[in-house]
Design a protein around this ligand. Sequence first.
Ligand code: ARG
Length: 464
Amino acid sequence: MSKMWGGRFRGALDPLMARLNRSVDFDRRLWHADIRGSQAYAQALAKAGIITPDEARLLEEGLEKVRQEFDAGQFQFLDSDEDIHTAVERRLKELIGDTAGKLHTGRSRNDQVATDMRLFVLDAAVELDSALAGLQAALVERAEEALDIIMPGYTHLQRAQPVTLAHWLLAYFWMFERDHERLMDLRRRTAVLPLGSGALAGHPFGIDRQYLAELLGFDAVAPNSMDAVADRDFAAELLFWGAMTQVHMSRLAEDLIIWCTAEFGFVRLSDAYSTGSSLMPQKRNPDSLELIRGKSGRVLGNLTALLTVLKGLPMTYNKDMQEDKEPLFDTIDTVRDCLRLAAGVVRTMTFDADAMRRACGEELLATDLADYLVRKGVPFRTAHELVGRAVQRAEELGVTLRRLPLHEYRAISPAFEADLYDALSLEASVAARNTEGGTASEAVRRQLEEARRRLAGRAGPTTW
Ligand code: ARG
């Protein structure tokens, strides 16, 4: 089988060169997009009068047969197939003969591969968004049952202020909601059609690119043929999206890994997402979460890999760009799987509300005591200082803030009165934070409603 570009060559490729040049082992995943693109292109060629309607029909039917072979898992690749584009065309020629050679009129693999990649990303975005919606739905479900569970909120991983578990769960919902927005946004820039740009300079036979765009479901036509074949921003954006989303999942995983420790004991993963140790019989390891955290390494690496490939490229297409595929596919697969895994973990874990409550030491209420003084007219900075002294005094006496007697407080400041002890309650602390975005259950309920409203209408995976 001769090369699709073999006319001006006499010598054969070094086998090592042939192996490295060959992308079909990974770009075969583009088969669906490639066939769709070619079927549309055949129609557009006929519309422009470049081929006859009969030839277009022959091409389309032949491509349909190729599609069926792929669908049935029966497509046979040959060693000589360089990439998915040449493999499909080679097979088309075997099936329909020389008319196959008319399909590539005015087209280059440069605008072809850019089109295929965009189609692939557009399809992947649908699947990724549904996996994302699944995780978001799991967080919302769990938040509904956690509106009254109080736990310590942390800064610097030090106990800071009481919050509700629902508030913590929804914090992650909003991270993933931004990921959803980013995905929808990059979708717009991806739905711009390169096909009809040729190798770099444009189409010489007056093909109707708007028509092509409509056939393939693109929103617009790339306005510059050079940019169209050189541009991989859409792939880089998807890789950034994946990196950001994976980082969010990794942070969720890290919180939960800490919570799974005996020291915290806030959460227990279901058996479906934990594993044991081959040596230590007592172990129950949160491997699912560690995998999610660990896979951020490759997902961040994929973004760096593509940006590095693109960084020094002159206009327009360069073979370096063949290196865009493996990172892209890997990020799509990894992030999709991790989103589904994380949704499973979140849906099935059990919380220990008592352990959370026990971890709410009275030091969490120091700010509330300062706020109490503020309500009595003390400037906040002074109040902060006075409560600091009370905390110190309580430490000296080995008691909690609630147990520190009133005369001790009053020795620090007469602004302290007997009702100070009312401020020292977890419930009061949480309930006080009722401003929009706060942790009071009323505010969290409003937040939850908004989250549910955002989720409605999003296509989730069929499993939830
Ligand atoms: N397999 C190539 C890639 O993925 C297709 C484009 C080849 N174009 C070319 N001028 N050699 O980038």
